[in-house]
Unconditional design. Structure first.
Length: 386
């Protein structure tokens, strides 16, 4: 139980660190005297090195072990985030965020790989559900807590407090997180990636994950303005609706973990069904305005159904190449970040060129595409874990 708690807490910390600038943007823009759009680059400054470094840090975790890299990630982000609290200008703050992204690349892939190492296949779906719960908790508790600290004490204290919590997490992981032996130490970089890229249907796994992350991030990003424009709400009025969506994702992760462990054979089928339903719900969510209550309910339902697909799919990904689990999950982590960029970009383009009805169709197409790509995975023979 302690291990599962630390898995969730680590992901909660990582996700909060990368998304924490949202509630701080107005204060940052005002104090550092930069346009709001420019202040928004602080999120990209952390995301870019995080995404580009993930495949290589996953490889390192195969060689050096999972726990050292998780501790390095938490401590590195913590120190960089505390340093951000002392930034005297926007450029310095940008550098601090970039440094946090460099350290962040060591974290999520190592946590996912550790779950694959520490939990047997019959419990791996449940464990991946705990991992994914960290994403929902970041939206429900992590980022709102940052906003509260900012409102009470200012943005510098928000950075300092977040960094301090991450340092505390690093200490707890070092003290209490199991340290499985490195899975592989002998292959060269070329040999490792030749083996990983030779995994059957790897392209299907990565592209399906990219599409699933894209529609999820597009829906979550553009749901608040949709509710505000459709029903005349203010920013504060939307917060409870977003909390319900986040709670839906937490419930979906628990359900997905339960399904993944009880139906190990058809894990890909769980993803396929969930994506088909999520895409259809997204079509209704953004294509119809059935009233505020139903729209919020549809948003929560979308979050729950989409999240149901995640634990079993991540468990499946962790089983494709046990020997090079970190390297493979590093590639999966890259598509997680890629989905954030693709979803926000295509969603904005869809709304700009058309309307929310266009976004509705895009969400449906993303769900159908992810399901179609995952369908052949049901026939993939998993590698032995011995």
């Amino acid at each position: 139980m302690v291990t599962l708690f630390l898995v969730t807490a680590a992901i909660l910390g990582f996700v909060t660190a990368i998304t924490m600038v949202g509630p701080l943007l107005v204060d940052l823009s005002r104090e550092l005297q930069v346009p709001l759009g420019q202040a928004g680059l602080l999120a990209a400054a952390m995301s870019l090195p995080w995404a580009l470094g993930a495949p290589f840090t996953g490889l390192l975790s195969d060689r050096l072990g999972r726990r050292p890299l998780i501790v390095l990630a938490l401590a590195g982000i913590g120190v960089s985030t505390i340093a951000a609290a002392f930034a005297s200008n926007f450029a310095t703050l940008l550098v601090a965020r970039f440094a946090a992204g460099v350290f962040g690349a060591f974290g999520p892939a190592s946590v996912m790989a550790a779950v694959g190492d520490l939990f047997p296949p019959q419990r791996r779906g449940m464990a991946m559900g705990w991992l994914n719960a960290g994403f929902g908790l970041a939206a429900v508790a992590g980022v709102p807590a940052v906003g509260i600290v900012d409102g009470l004490f200012g943005w510098r204290w928000a950075f300092a407090a977040t960094g301090s919590v991450l340092l505390l997490l690093a200490i707890l992981v070092q003290a209490a997180f199991p340290s499985p032996r490195p899975t592989h130490t002998g292959s060269t970089l070329r040999q490792t990636y030749a083996a990983v890229l030779g995994v059957p249907k790897l392209g299907n796994v990565l592209t399906a994950n990219l599409l699933e992350r894209s529609i999820f991030n597009a829906a979550v990003l553009y749901l608040p303005p949709y509710l505000m424009l459709s029903y005349g709400l203010g920013a504060a009025d939307v917060a409870p609706a977003l909390a319900l969506v986040a709670i839906g994702t937490i419930v979906g992760n628990s359900l997905g973990g339960w399904l993944g462990d009880r139906f190990r054979g058809p894990r890909a089928a769980i993803f396929v069904c969930a994506q088909l339903i999520a895409g259809s719900v997204g079509l209704v969510l953004f294509g119809v305005a059935p009233g505020l209550v139903l729209s919020v309910a549809l948003g929560a339902l979308f979050g729950m159904i989409n999240a149901t697909s995640r634990p079993a799919f991540l468990a499946l990904g962790s089983e494709l190449s046990p020997r090079y689990r970190g390297a493979l999950l590093g590639l999966l982590s890259l598509t997680n970040q890629g989905g954030t960029v693709l979803g926000s970009s295509l969603g904005g383009l869809a709304i700009g060129l058309g309307s929310y009805g266009t976004l509705a169709v895009l969400t449906l197409c993303g769900g159908l595409g992810a399901a179609a790509l995952a369908l052949p995975l049901a026939r993939v023979k998993l590698a032995s874990e011995t």
